[in-house]
Write a protein that binds this ligand. Sequence first.
Ligand SMILES: [Zn+2]
Length: 163
Amino acid sequence: MATHALLFVATLALWVRSHFDSDGLVWWRWNRHGSLYASKGRLIWGVSIQDEKLREYAGDETYFSWSLGELVEPTSQLFAAPGVRFAGFQYWVFWNGPALDRELIIPLWFLAGSAAVLPGVWTRRFLLKRRRRKLRDRSCCTDCGYDLRATPERCPECGAVPT
Ligand SMILES: [Zn+2]
């Protein structure tokens, strides 16, 4: 539960922060270059693949780099290529020089919303469990709260059989 709440707070913080500063993870590997940015309320995931080795690429390993600071725009905004858009979600495939680029844009409000649902469900489940345990401790029916001290086998009020 705590992890989910933390995830929600983190997503929310990222969303708010993305309007002032961007956070990004960038990587390179031989002929491909990828990036994941949180900027202007969106999560922008992009992968660019070309036939030849990248100019920036020196060795055999995957290089990672953090990019913090200035707000970034999706590369697809520079191209008039047709993409799929729906409620802030966008998906693009386009040629960027010799490279084939893919870009996926997910609104951060959507991630924050998804992260909010889980803690909500968990809290509800936790409260229900606690209520049932309290009622059981007081020898009451866990379904309707009726006092079961006289009839511990079956609730005379609602018919529930205590487990
Ligand atoms: Zn009952």
